[in-house]
Design a protein around this ligand. Sequence first.
Ligand SMILES: [Zn+2]
Length: 406
Amino acid sequence: MPKIKSLRSHLLRLLSLIYTHGRISRSQLADYAGYSTFLVSKLAERLLKEGLVVEVGAGVSSGGRPPTLLAINPDIGRLVGIHMGTINLRAVITNLSGDVLAHRIDKSQVDKGPEVALQHMLSLIQELLRQARVKPEKLSGIGIGIAGVLDREKGITLSWPKVPSWTDVPVKSIVERSFKTLVEVDDTPRTMALAEKRFGKAQNAKEFIYLALGAGTGAALFLNGQLYTGTGGFAGEFGHTTIDERGPLCSCGNRGCLEVMVSASTLIHRAEEALATGLSSQLYRIARENGGQLNLDSIARAAEANDRFSLGLLSETSLHVATGVTSLINLLNPELIILGGGLIQGIGRWLLPSIQRLVQERAMPNPANQVSIELSELSEIDWARGSTLLVSEKVLQRTLPVRRKV
Ligand SMILES: [Zn+2]
């Protein structure tokens, strides 16, 4: 057997591979790690003895007895995942396999300021722990996705253009003070992209871009299988790419950004204007049925009823998104672009065919032929599950004993 220090790194390598693949045979592990099957068997034996992995039934045989598969023991830890958007807050408790033990969706209250909103989030975590019967000291880590601009190392929101009171808020240390556990913070496009990579359509993609379209707009870039964060960690602020130099003023101070052109609030605001000026009879009918309220679903329903204003609004939105997506394709030659977020959940099925057509017309032909543009099928709860992935690997590493002999 290898020496203790290298033994630990070999064990970690195997744990990480087992975690990433979900279920995996010893011979696959040997292939991926580049270890001998003998070494993998010894290491696996050790991980089984420590209770860190479990055997989970048989895989597919390539002749002979089907191999027994290994998986992470889901009960070695409990994780909290938070997705804090401008409007809503989604929270989950999961085991190490990502199975949801309890979840909640509530208003994020970020407009009431950081103190109120963070206190609300902390009480919600306490509530979830009670609901899932997890003692706070048994919690292994908390991952938080926040829609602001972040110092991800320190876990501070540097700014949040839509809610200016969130300048320099030390979210990570505030949460660490309440729960003595591992806490990590990142922006929501990235935590949503992590969810897509682990649970969604991007599981096998190496060159992949996630575009989050909701109250705000942002992107996460996976280049060669790794999240690309840029020099200072700010890569992905794609929502503030200019689509129209003379367009409306954006919360960032620029004009005509993708975010201000296509955000859910912009669309609803424009629909409300159309309603007030009598531009759309279908929207008027749908709003009346809905107690005077308009939302993304109202626009989709009006479009379904062939309402000219709503169809025009959707085709304009498709054009703006397609213009942005075309730049991404020409610049990065990705294999997969996934569109997700509240806007996509509301009207994505209306936007996708025109976005795909416009991109084919406008992007350079070679990269355009190599990319697949798809809608995310994950739920809001999955976004919060994605935040647990900020801490899960570190939690795994901490479960491995450091000094014991083999
Ligand atoms: Zn902007």
